[in-house]
Design a protein around this ligand. Structure first.
Ligand code: LMR
Length: 348
């Protein structure tokens, strides 16, 4: 849908001067000299629209980092997979072609599979529960912020950002697990999501986010799952006749920075980055639900899609089909202790 554009950073010559001036301490080619003060450029790549909760938070991060650093940090934000998409963004981060990303937890499946804990279906009943269950001091939070596999891959987590709760969309009404049987549903490449849809007897099809609209339009897939903001900003509702407001799963992001790049920053700029990440994360959580509700209204106004809100009994039937069945299958991968604790919290 969106073409990849080459990016001109335009700092190569200046960065060579800067490296000479600072004794060659840096080698990433993102530092430049301007009036004597060393400048650093962060390329922040993501796959959603600038208007989505992640897109807004990325722009807030840029605003805060640039102003707090007095212009010594420049943040270039690339949205809608225009620089890197799902298939190449981790590679770009590791090669330092991009310095920051905010992929969904599902997309860390091969990098750090434990973070899929946040993809477990029906982990949250309402958006307000997210901050409590995933706070950094909780077991779930530790699976993200103290994750050794992320560290081993040279990624430093800076925050957890929300998109919100996902809803089901397709061209068929979906009220019960039986309605999902046989539907070809696009998923993010995550084992948890694969098993979730298989347990509902649907056919999960992993696909990059930038390909979803076309796949729905051409009938390559019947449907998918996403929060209102992604459905609306990618115009998926124009090619999906039905949305069930199931709120059956969470979509959230781990904000990560290339650790070598981060460690090469002077201490005061490291603090600017972590402070801006914290504040943009707070902002993200404040606006995510509001953005989702605005998107829902736009979808209603477009009149292309029937929105169905399941009754409590219908939502329970969808949930009972996958909890604890799906959760139990990931005890080895995610950790039996975390799963048991989360199941206990569900029961209480
Ligand atoms: C998806 O692929 O559906 C989402 O992860 C996109 C995103 O980053 O919100």
């Amino acid at each position: 849908m969106v073409t990849k554009r080459p990016v001109l950073v335009g700092v190569v010559v200046a960065s060579a001067l800067a490296l000479a001036a600072c004794g060659g301490a840096r080698s990433e080619g993102t530092a430049t000299a301007s009036g004597g003060a060393q400048k650093y450029t962060i390329k922040f790549s993501h796959v959603v629209a600038p208007s989505a909760p992640k897109g807004k938070a990325a722009l807030k991060f840029k605003e805060l980092a640039e102003s707090k650093s007095g212009g010594r940090l420049e943040v270039q934000v690339f949205s809608n997979s225009e620089l890197y998409g799902d298939k190449d963004e981790f590679q770009a981060l590791q090669s330092n072609s991009a310095q920051m990303l905010a992929p969904s937890t599902a997309k860390f499946t091969t990098v750090a599979p434990e973070v899929q804990v946040l993809d477990l279906p029906f982990l949250f009943d309402k958006p307000e529960d997210i901050a409590k269950i995933a706070a950094p001091e909780t077991k779930v939070g530790k699976a993200i912020f103290d994750n050794q596999k992320l560290a081993a891959k040279n990624m430093k987590p800076l925050g957890l950002w929300d998109a919100g709760l996902k809803h089901l969309s397709s061209n068929k009404p979906m009220k019960s697990p039986a309605d999902l049987a046989g539907l070809k549903m696009r998923i993010q490449p995550s084992d948890v999501l694969k098993v979730q849809f298989q347990t509902w007897k649907a056919n999960p099809t992993p696909m990059a986010f930038s390909e979803v609209y076309n796949a729905m339009q051409q009938g390559v897939v019947d449907g998918g799952e996403n929060p209102w903001s992604n459905i609306e900003s990618q115009k998926m509702h124009t090619v999906q006749k039905h949305i069930t407001e199931s709120g059956h799963g969470y979509l959230g992001y781990i904000l990560v920075i290339n650790n070598t790049f981060y460690n090469g920053l002077p201490d005061d700029l490291k603090k600017v980055v972590t402070d801006a990440a914290k504040e943009s994360g707070d902002y993200n959580r404040q606006v995510a639900e509001e953005v989702n509700q605005e998107s829902k209204k736009k979808i209603q106004a477009a009149g292309t899609t029937t929105i169905y809100t399941p009754t409590d009994a219908e939502r329970k039937a969808l949930k009972d089909a996958v909890v604890p069945a799906v959760w139990n299958q990931f005890k080895d991968l995610i950790g039996a202790e975390i799963i048991d604790e989360l199941l206990k919290a569900q029961a209480s």
